[in-house]
Design a protein around this ligand. Structure first.
Ligand code: AMP
Length: 166
């Protein structure tokens, strides 16, 4: 068992019936610097200009990774939080749709995209498409947890770096 696993709480039926929610709060509290280092492994940092963090746990992890490697940080937020000019990407949820936004970029850059959990991959796919629309080359995607039974990112050959795989 990975030493991080004892600090992750499995919360059954949250936020809704049938979901086992991976609560990383105790892990952030007890092992934050090790988590940030582990999530940074394997990434070619000399090929990266910025870290893009997905709201909101991606902010905590991504900002710390950016700081550790001397890179700038860019937030990707839920609709309506960022001031214009923004660029948006909508995606389908189980019920309805959701939208992610970033501040519109003028220049081309190479980024690493960061979030806490990769589940079905709906969020990360939309995040990746939004980056591409916004002239950002996604060199790597860093996750703390990949629920591999719910998505096919690895099999599709996408540049996924995850610390814990279920
Ligand atoms: P998905 O779009 O299905 O890949 O879901 C990804 C987003 O939902 C991430 O931003 C996670 O923070 C959150 N999420 C999805 N499933 C879980 C889970 N089982 N435990 C904790 N967070 C989750």
């Amino acid at each position: 068992m990975h030493p991080f696993e004892s600090h992750i709480r499995n919360v059954h039926n949250f936020p809704k019936e049938g979901i086992i929610f991976k609560d990383i709060t105790p892990l952030l509290q007890e092992r934050f610097s090790e988590v940030v280092k582990a999530m940074s492994e394997g990434i070619e940092w000399n090929e990266i200009d910025y870290v893009v963090g997905i709201e909101s746990r991606g902010f905590i992890l991504g900002a710390a990774m950016a700081q550790l490697h001397g890179k700038g940080f860019m937030p990707m937020r839920k609709k309506g939080k960022l001031p214009p000019p923004v660029i948006a990407e909508s995606y389908t949820l189980e019920y309805g749709t959701d939208t992610l936004e970033m501040i519109r970029e003028e220049k081309q850059s190479r980024i690493v995209l960061v979030d806490d959990v990769l589940a079905t991959g709906g969020t990360l796919t939309a995040a990746m498409n939004l980056c591409i629309k916004n002239k950002l080359e996604v060199k790597a995607m860093a996750l703390l947890i990949n629920l591999t039974f719910l998505n096919k990112f690895k099999e599709q050959g996408l540049p996924i770096y995850s610390v814990l795989n279920y």
